[in-house]
Design a protein around this ligand. Structure first.
Ligand SMILES: Nc1nc2c(ncn2[C@@H]2O[C@H](COP(=O)(O)OP(=O)(O)OP(=O)(O)O)[C@@H](O)[C@H]2O)c(=O)[nH]1
Ligand SMILES: [Mg+2]
Length: 234
C-alpha cells in the first residue's frame, strides 16, 4: 500500500526504513558482497535479464537472489532454474520491498548458505516505477530498467527512480525496428534527470549489449570485494 510520504507518519516510516537499510548494508560490507537493487515497471525485463546475466557470470561470480513479488513465486522459480539460490519475498499488498523485508530474506538465505561466500546479491524488486525507489533496502547500487515499449517520456514522467539510479538499462532493443520511438530520446531523457547514471542499451532476447553491462558489473564487484587496506598500527 502506498501512502504520501510528506506527512509525519510517512517521514517516520522512511526514517525507520533507512535505519534498517543501513544495518543491512553493514552486513553486506562485512560479508564483502555487492548488493544491487533491480527496479522497473512491471514487465520491463528484470527477470529475463537476470536469467541471462546470472548464467553468463556464474563461472566468475558466486551469486544469490532475493526475489520480491506481490503474490507469486513464479520469478523465483525461473531464477532457481538457472542454478542460483533464490529466496522469494512475497510482499502481499505492498508495491515495493522495504529494508525489513530484505532483512527477513537475508535470515532465510543464511539458513542455506554463508553470505560471506557470495560476491553479488541481486534484489529483484516488485514491478513498479514509483514506490521501490523511495525505500532503500541497503543496496550499494540501484539499477533501473526501462524497456523501449514503455515510451521515451518515462524518465521525465517518473523521475524519482531514474534520478536515484546508478545504472539505467534501456531494455528490449531488439524491438526497436517495430516501434515508433527513437532510442536516442530514451538516453537523452535519462541524462536530463540524472547525468551521472551509467546507461546501457541491451536486449535479453537477442543478447545485444549484454557484454558491456556484464563488464560494468564485474568492475563494480571488484571494487566491493577487494580486501580492506591493511591496518597500520603506529
Ligand atoms: N522482445 C523482448 N522481450 C523481452 C525482453 N526481455 C524480456 N522480454 C519479455 O518481456 C516480458 C516480461 O519479462 P520479465 O523478465 O518477466 O519482466 P519483469 O520485469 O521481471 O516483470 P515483473 O517481475 O512482473 O515486473 C516477457 O514476456 C519476456 O519474455 C527482450 O529483451 N526483448
Ligand atoms: Mg520479474
Amino acid at each position: 500500500m502506498h501512502m504520501p510520504l510528506t506527512d509525519t507518519l510517512g517521514l517516520n516510516l522512511l526514517a525507520a526504513n533507512q535505519h534498517q537499510a543501513d544495518h543491512n548494508r553493514q552486513h553486506f560490507d562485512a560479508w564483502r558482497l555487492l548488493c544491487l537493487n533491480v527496479m522497473s515497471s512491471p514487465g520491463a525485463g528484470k527477470t529475463s535479464l537476470l536469467e541471462r546475466t546470472i548464467t553468463a557470470l556464474a563461472p566468475r561470480l558466486s551469486m544469490a537472489v532475493l526475489e520480491g513479488d506481490m503474490t507469486t513465486t513464479l520469478d523465483a522459480q525461473r531464477l532457481e532454474a538457472v542454478g542460483v539460490p533464490v529466496v522469494p519475498i512475497t510482499t502481499g499488498r505492498a508495491c515495493h520491498l522495504d529494508a525489513s523485508m530484505v532483512s527477513g530474506g537475508l535470515k532465510l538465505l543464511k539458513q542455506r548458505l554463508d553470505p560471506a561466500a557470495l560476491d553479488l546479491l541481486w534484489v529483484e524488486n516488485v514491478g513498479n516505477l514509483v514506490c521501490p525507489a523511495e525505500f532503500e533496502v541497503g543496496e550499494h547500487l540501484k539499477v533501473a530498467l526501462l524497456s523501449v515499449t514503455e515510451g521515451e517520456d518515462k524518465p521525465l514522467k517518473y523521475p524519482v527512480m531514474f534520478r536515484e539510479a546508478d545504472c539505467v538499462l534501456i531494455t528490449k532493443i531488439d524491438l526497436l525496428p517495430y516501434l515508433p520511438v527513437q532510442v536516442e530520446r530514451f538516453v537523452d531523457h535519462v541524462n536530463q534527470v540524472n547525468p551521472r547514471a551509467r546507461v546501457f542499451l541491451l536486449s535479453a532476447s537477442s543478447g545485444e549489449g549484454l557484454g558491456a553491462w556484464h563488464q560494468w558489473l564485474l568492475e563494480q564487484v571488484a571494487v566491493q570485494v577487494q580486501p580492506l587496506p591493511a591496518l597500520v598500527i603506529r
